[in-house]
Ligand binder design. Structure first.
Ligand code: NAD
Length: 414
């Protein structure tokens, strides 16, 4: 594995926590390797009649604690390396939140903005068919990720159901409510980012009221995180997406911005001061939330971060080198496997609801989400103080100790 590969970076985070607790070297051999990777070719007919073949992946990193679970990403930069890293992070996240899941991730190398809706539907249905041998509500359960939505999940669910001959709502999470999706799922990751930020401020005996927030990536996670943080009294002063960056030191009107994105699918049409989107990370704020893609804060720019805390809305937005620089500079980092775990917590509730056929009210979903996240935050916080380590290292320790316990009972087959 090359040293700057994303999967290698994910391994380095694992090794750091393993060193801290003198983790069993034999078990580490299992945890440092993905269980299964499937590579597929996905041929579809384009609208102009030509055939195009896309490359797709599904990595099931672990199923020690239960079915593999993780999103599907449509992006030009998707690679085997990326899905392996993302599947590893899903594994640690599910273990940290003590969900009965392992970890998975999938993706297709494509630019969804250049495909029509019928092309996206054919792509999704053919990809589902290609990975069908390793899919199932007790095997591997996909969910939305970058540039996939509840619409995509509906196509996956329908394709799987057509092959099985019966309707199977528990094959995906993040699907539309009418198909058995959970109330509160769409907002859950962003709500979780806001709740974890609130807990961090509480633990530090500080107030969130008036705290300045910058959000990179005003999509599902970033947009909802901004909304819930503004409802908690924080001031969202800068947001960016692929189209550009908006700034207002008096605080942007987040509900209006969300309306703009609903209408135009980007933030740039909103009337506010604009700056270069690369500058978002370096704003003078209290909280920085990278909620777009990986590797945004690294060796070359970590010393320019002015925020006091970075809350990882995205998966893997800080490289291990970037992490070290932030640590030395005293910038706290709330790791992805805790900060953005709200999505998979409600995905689990959605799976439970779909399996039982009994659906919950949104208040019940949100209360359970908050209970689980606050519990996990407290565990990570206490561990970080006890061991005098970063929140990331503490979160990994909780996660891998839990998986080790599973192996102690299950043993290694045969
Ligand atoms: P999304 O597609 O809804 O949003 C991604 C956003 O990032 C878009 O607004 C896009 O314009 C923006 N973006 C892309 N490139 C950018 C750039 N260079 N600068 C600034 N913005 C840029 O995706 P999402 O579901 O919100 O996922 C975002 C991140 O959160 C990913 O890392 C994903 O893995 C992670 N995540 C998502 C969920 C979930 O439930 N959706 C759960 C956990 C983690």
């Amino acid at each position: 594995m090359i040293d700057d590969s994303l999967a290698r970076k994910a391994q380095k985070q694992l090794y750091k926590a393993a060193r801290e607790i003198k983790f069993d070297k034999n078990l580490l051999k299992i945890l440092e390797n993905p269980m299964r990777i499937l590579k597929v070719s996905v041929p579809i007919k384009l609208d102009d009649g030509k055939i195009k073949v896309f490359k797709g992946f599904r990595c099931q990193y672990s199923d020690a604690k239960g079915p593999a679970k993780g999103g599907v990403r449509y992006h030009p930069n998707v690679s085997e390396d990326e899905v392996v890293a993302l599947a590893a992070w899903m594994t640690w996240k599910c273990a940290l939140l003590d969900l009965p899941y392992g970890g998975a991730k999938g993706g297709i190398i494509c630019d969804p903005n250049r495909l029509s809706e019928p092309e996206l539907e054919r792509l999704t249905r053919r990809y589902t068919t290609e990975i069908m041998p390793i899919l199932g509500p007790h095997i591997d359960i996909p969910a939305p990720d970058v540039y996939t939505t509840s619409r995509t999940m509906a196509w996956i669910m329908d394709t799987f159901s057509m092959f099985k001959g019966y309707t199977e709502p528990s094959i995906v999470t993040g699907k539309p409510e009418i198909l058995g999706g959970s109330k509160g799922r769409k907002e859950a990751t962003g709500r979780g980012v806001a709740l974890i930020t609130r807990e961090f401020f509480k633990a530090q005996k500080k107030s969130l009221k008036g705290a300045k927030i910058a959000v990179q990536g005003f999509g599902n996670v970033g947009g909802h995180a901004a909304l819930f943080l503004s409802q908690l009294g924080a001031k969202v002063v800068a947001v960016s997406d692929a189209s550009g960056c908006l700034i207002d030191l008096n605080g942007l009107d987040v509900p209006e911005l969300l309306d703009c994105v609903e209408k135009h699918a980007c933030i740039i049409k909103y009337s506010a001061s604009k700056i270069d989107k690369e500058q978002l990370l370096f704003q003078d704020v209290d909280v920085l939330i990278p909620a777009a893609l990986e590797d945004q804060i690294h060796q070359k720019n970590a010393d320019k971060i002015k925020a006091k805390v970075v809350v990882e809305g995205a998966n893997g937005p800080i490289t291990p080198e970037g992490d070290e620089i932030l640590e030395k500079r005293g910038v706290a980092v709330i790791p992805d496997i805790l900060a953005n775990a709200g999505g998979v917590v409600v995905s689990h509730l959605e799976w439970v609801q779909a399996m039982s056929g009994l659906y919950w009210e949104e208040e019940q979903v949100n209360a359970e989400l908050e209970r689980k996240l606050v519990k996990a935050f407290k565990e990570v916080w206490a561990n970080s103080i006890k061991r005098n380590v970063t929140l990331r290292c503490a979160a990994y320790v909780v996660a891998i100790e839990r998986i080790a316990e599973v192996y102690r009972y299950r043993g290694i087959f045969p």
